[in-house]
Design a protein around this ligand. Structure first.
Ligand code: CTP
Ligand code: MG
Length: 395
């Protein structure tokens, strides 16, 4: 079936291994993890990505149909983006089979182990983003926590290896398509990861921070650990933001992401959009990422007259990178002007688009009381609710 949008990125999910060490009586990708196959769990974050990708699933020998059924179910209505191919004897041969099926339009290829079933969506987005930006190979990795000893053939300890410069690498590993194809065309000896093959042809590889949840399910203990993590209820986090701006008759009004050409504007270094600023603080505080001042710097020339949407978008980028997702956002405007009700729906739609989650807005006057009642300025209070799913390390 042709894909509605020609994707720029492909994700090859290798699932062709037999799972010898897990020893669950069938290929590891089909073993259930908290009620769903490991392969389905591994595909979930791929389908949470904002932009469509070509998803290539590499199936265990003789099990193409089973892999296709699970993959189609995980894809739901987006199953036109899924291709399933037969795997090979080794992981390397399986990746090569996946690579041969990549759609013409694809420029970036991510290779992912189905066995890393709890890898967060943010890790896929971060790898893809870094490949796109830098045009080199990108590998997620974590500092090595254990002390590492070098031994000789008799297991006698020779010395302790400095672990400072070591990283334990995960997947997805991402590459410019042409570079990965060149590496696979030249591959002569088996290596344990794709970045190794790319290095062998002189490609540059950079490590970005990996995630504790992206561990590989190898043994029964790993599977049990993954089960308990998958069943964990999401952690909810609320945030609060307040912003106040005085009216400035020399400017026109920007509020809630909209231009109000006939209304007096708000004072400020930026465009004074108190709704966007309060929402930005609510989002950042919910994620534990500080506040708008720390993010933007109130005097930074870069933000002179900056639209409120700039701050909201930057906050969203940081929140997504931290593994959080927004559930909803609300804001209450206190002010005598503008008459908000007439454009409420328009403002809600604009902010909902920016944040990717429902935003509801309300407005009130304060019965003539205080600076707001005297018409000196506008005050906004915003709340945000976020969830941090299976992010283990998220505080
Ligand atoms: N893989 C593959 N084709 C192979 C071997 C491995 O696609 N011939 C995939 C696995 O399905 C897995 C990933 O490579 O998603 C990492 O491999 P590993 O964890 O070693 O899985 P298995 O090979 O299945 O497990 P084992 O080594 O215990 O048999
Ligand atoms: Mg293996």
């Amino acid at each position: 079936m042709p894909m509605t949008v020609s994707p720029r990125t492909a994700v090859i999910v290798v699932a062709a291994g037999s799972g010898t060490r897990l020893a669950a009586g069938e290929p590891k990708a089909f073993v259930e993890l908290a009620g769903r196959p490991i392969l389905a769990r591994a595909l979930d974050p791929v389908f949470r990505l904002r932009e469509p990708v070509h998803v290539i699933v590499v199936a265990p020998p003789g099990r193409l149909e089973d892999a296709a059924r699970i993959s189609r179910a995980a894809a739901g209505v987006a199953d036109e983006y899924v291709t399933v191919v037969d795997g090979g004897e080794t992981r390397q041969a399986s990746v090569a089979a996946g690579l041969a099926a990549v759609h013409d339009s694809v420029e970036i290829v991510l290779v992912h182990d189905a066995a890393r079933a709890l890898t967060p969506e943010s890790q896929f987005a971060a790898v893809e983003g870094a490949v796109s930006e830098l045009g080199i190979g990108i590998v997620p990795g974590l500092p090595v926590a254990d002390t590492i000893k070098r031994v000789d053939t008799t297991e006698s300890v020779r010395d302790t290896v400095d672990r400072e410069p070591l990283r334990a690498v995960q997947t997805p590993q991402g590459f410019p398509r042409a570079l990965l194809e060149r590496a696979y065309a030249a591959a002569d000896e088996p290596l344990t990861d794709d970045a190794g093959l790319v290095s062998a042809v002189g490609g540059t590889i950079m490590i970005i921070p990996g995630h504790e949840s992206a561990f590989k399910i190898t043994t029964p203990w790993d599977l049990r650990r993954a089960e308990l993590l998958a069943e964990e209820t999401p952690t909810f986090r609320t945030g609060l933001g307040i912003d106040v701006h005085a009216f400035d008759d020399d400017r026109t009004l920007w509020l809630a992401g909209l231009h109000w050409p006939d209304e007096p504007g708000l004072a400020g270094h930026s465009d004074g959009d108190a709704v966007c600023h309060a929402i930005t603080d609510a989002l950042l505080s919910a994620a534990g990422l500080g506040d708008i001042g720390g993010m933007a710097g109130t005097d930074d020339p870069k933000y002179e007259n900056a639209h409120g949407s700039v701050f909201v978008t930057e906050a969203m980028r940081r929140i997504t990178a931290s593994g959080c997702r927004v559930v909803n956002v609300t804001a209450q405007i206190m002010g005598r002007r503008p008459r908000f009700a007439a454009r409420r729906a328009e403002a809600e739609a604009e902010l909902t688009r920016l944040i990717g989650a429902p935003v509801s807005l309300a407005a009130t006057t304060t019965d003539g009381l205080g600076f707001v009642g005297r018409g000196e300025g506008i005050s906004v209070v915003a709340t945000a609710l976020l969830t941090a799913h299976n992010t283990g390390s998220h505080q």
